[in-house]
Design a protein around this ligand. Structure first.
Ligand code: S3P
Length: 166
């Protein structure tokens, strides 16, 4: 059983459902929920505008601070798809329980229709390229990988709880 004081951090590609799964998991476990993208937006305004006005590097700085704040709580944390790529970010989550939500991409086109993601100017083609390049990182830092493409949301929640023994 994982240490109850460690944050449970959900990582994985854009559109995989980290926020949706995170909210439901937190509710089921009666734990607080934090979303790093939401924290950044709260403090600095829309992600699209941050990318346009200040650039991606600045967004990554804001995101790292959000990750540090989120992981200070013993709750469930949903991350942005690029939030755990840097060595600094990986240091922040090293004592957390890290769950990689993976996908074969079958439902991704409809999921990406919500929200404007600055890195997906060319839609699903960009998504595929970015996900391929990040897959080895997600796998190497995760304690558990859950394939979300072959099961409904409720089953993903159950699988996480089973794997963590909570
Ligand atoms: C990004 C993912 C987005 C958001 C930003 C950059 C990325 O979050 O943080 O657009 O680099 O993968 P989601 O994974 O929640 O879409």
């Amino acid at each position: 059983m994982p240490d109850q004081h460690r944050a449970i951090v959900l990582i994985g590609p854009m559109g995989v459902g980290k926020t949706t799964v995170g909210k439901k998991l937190a509710r089921a476990l009666n734990l607080p929920f934090t979303d790093t993208d939401a924290l950044v937006v709260e403090e600095h305004g829309s992600i699209e505008k941050i990318f346009a006005d200040l650039g991606e590097a600045k967004f990554r700085e804001f995101e790292l601070i959000a990750l540090q704040k989120a992981c200070a709580n013993s709750g469930v944390v949903a991350t942005g798809g690029g939030a755990v790529l840097s060595a600094e970010a990986q240091k922040v989550i090293e004592n957390c329980t890290v769950i990689y939500l993976s996908t074969d991409g079958r439902h991704i086109t409809s999921r990406l229709s919500h929200g404007n993601r600055p890195l997906l100017k060319n839609g699903v083609e960009d998504w595929k390229r970015i996900y391929e390049s990040r897959k080895p990182i997600y796998s190497s830092i995760a304690d558990y990988e859950i394939n979300t493409s072959t099961q409904p949301l409720a089953a993903t929640i159950s699988e996480i709880r089973e794997r963590l023994g909570i």
